[in-house]
Write a protein that binds this ligand. Structure first.
Ligand SMILES: [Zn+2]
Length: 423
């Protein structure tokens, strides 16, 4: 979208400041730009630096040179020094301080300016902008080059076909009937429901793992299939607790995260009867909203020998919202586990209409509890989640969840897991 007003305003302003060198920042829509053109754009001598945020390239340089660079800008921020820019991680709180300008936004990151209210906000994670750095990359700028063998394609497609969109969506609805805030008595019903659903699949075991959140008891639900003390382990996880602005009244948490936790159950159903040498563990976590407490407790209690057997952890948090017609998924992990991202990107091409974005700047969801302990983990999240209007509100209800969006991510994860457990 073109931000005409600040641009025009600044032109008038600049007309009165002659012969002065002014640093400026601009954004360019690179959504439909091919990779060679993008690489060339980054080399444009009029830009002294760039940073990539998914569909947006942010560039900086001296104002006059910038506007003569021959690019069509999405937005232009004159008199904007690079040092003034800050990146904040969306999702650490509900709303940005007033008058926070959004220069670029992608994945879970927002590029804005350092304001005093921002810097003094303890709940906000603020980082300096690094230049000439890719923060989030879209699929066309990071195409998957790995090829699937015919056998891999067959197992992936079989697992994808077993994902039942109607069943998953119905489960999302069931979960929203309970207030799943950690302080609500209803969260126990959700816990027991997961336990029963897992037990119906005849796993090796289903355990409730108890831990404490601010003095209250909370439980992870852990279903293990093909349990052994020597197999490779693959984990699928997502939190089932929820939050809202009025937790004593309701916290339906449809998108956040009935979608992901019902997704864990759906994948357990898909894989319960599949033959494999691997141990598969499906976990619905609690205490995520208070600081990943359930997943931290899970990792903390893992014996070293078990940790070493974990080959991959795929988490799902907010997989069912799409603000437009396109289905976009964000694959979020650290540099260290890039190959995991590549494996998911590779199978995403089997899911019609699904587009992926990749980022190696992971934050604030259950994947972190594993990544921070050097266990390979990746978060799969819908890429529009940052625009979700009912985020952490009592209005986070099932009507806002897209069945197609959630199903696309579930199919991708099913395909990825099917291939992982074969190799
Ligand atoms: Zn969440």
């Amino acid at each position: 979208m073109l931000r005409l007003i600040p641009a025009l305003f600044s032109l008038f302003f600049l007309a009165s400041v002659t012969n002065q060198s002014v640093e400026a920042v601009a954004t360019i829509d690179i959504q439909n730009m091919n990779l060679p053109d993008l690489n060339q754009l980054k080399e444009n001598p009029s830009f002294t630096w760039w940073s990539e945020f998914g569909n947006t390239l942010v560039v900086g340089g001296e104002y006059n040179r910038l506007i003569s660079a021959g690019s069509t800008f999405q937005s232009l921020w004159p008199q904007m020094k690079r040092e003034r820019l800050a990146i904040i991680v969306a999702g650490h709180r509900n709303e940005l301080p007033e008058k926070t300008p959004i220069i670029a936004k992608s994945g879970r990151l927002i590029l804005t300016t350092k304001t005093s209210s921002l810097l003094s906000d303890d709940h906000m994670k603020v980082m300096n902008l690094e230049t000439n750095k890719v923060y989030v990359q879209s699929a066309i700028h990071n195409p998957s080059t790995e090829v699937l063998t015919p056998n891999q394609t067959t197992s992936a497609k079989s697992a994808m076909d077993d994902v039942d969109a109607v069943r998953w969506y119905s489960d999302v609805g069931t979960l929203t009937n309970w207030n799943r805030h950690i302080s609500s008595v209803d969260i126990v019903s959700a816990r027991d429901w997961f336990k029963t659903q897992f037990e119906m699949l005849n796993p090796s075991s289903v355990n409730l793992q108890k831990f404490s959140v601010n003095g209250r008891d909370a439980w992870n639900v852990i279903a293990t299939f093909n349990e052994s003390d020597k197999n490779d382990i693959y984990i699928i996880g997502g939190h089932y607790d929820s939050i809202s602005e009025q937790t004593s009244r309701s916290a339906p948490g449809a998108e956040d995260n009935a979608t992901g936790s019902a997704g864990v159950l759906e994948l357990a159903r898909v894989f319960a009867s599949k033959k494999s040498d691997a141990t598969l563990i499906f976990i619905t976590f609690s205490g995520e909203e208070q600081g990943l407490i359930g997943s931290k407790a899970y990792v903390r209690n893992l014996p070293a020998a078990t940790r070493a057997r974990i080959k991959a952890v795929i988490t799902m948090d907010m997989i069912g919202y799409s603000k437009d017609d396109s289905e976009d998924v964000l694959l979020e992990t650290s540099q260290e586990f890039k190959s995991l991202s590549a494996q998911l990107a590779r199978v995403s091409t089997l899911v019609p209409g699904l587009k992926y974005f990749t980022t190696f700047n992971p934050f604030g969801s259950d994947h972190m509890s594993f990544i921070d302990n050097s266990i390979p983990a990746i978060l799969t999240i819908d890429n529009d989640w940052g625009d979700y209007p009912a985020y952490h509100r009592t209005s986070d209800t099932i009507d806002k969840v897209s069945r197609d969006m959630g199903t696309a991510i579930l199919k991708m994860n099913a395909a990825a897991l099917a291939i992982m457990i074969e190799s």
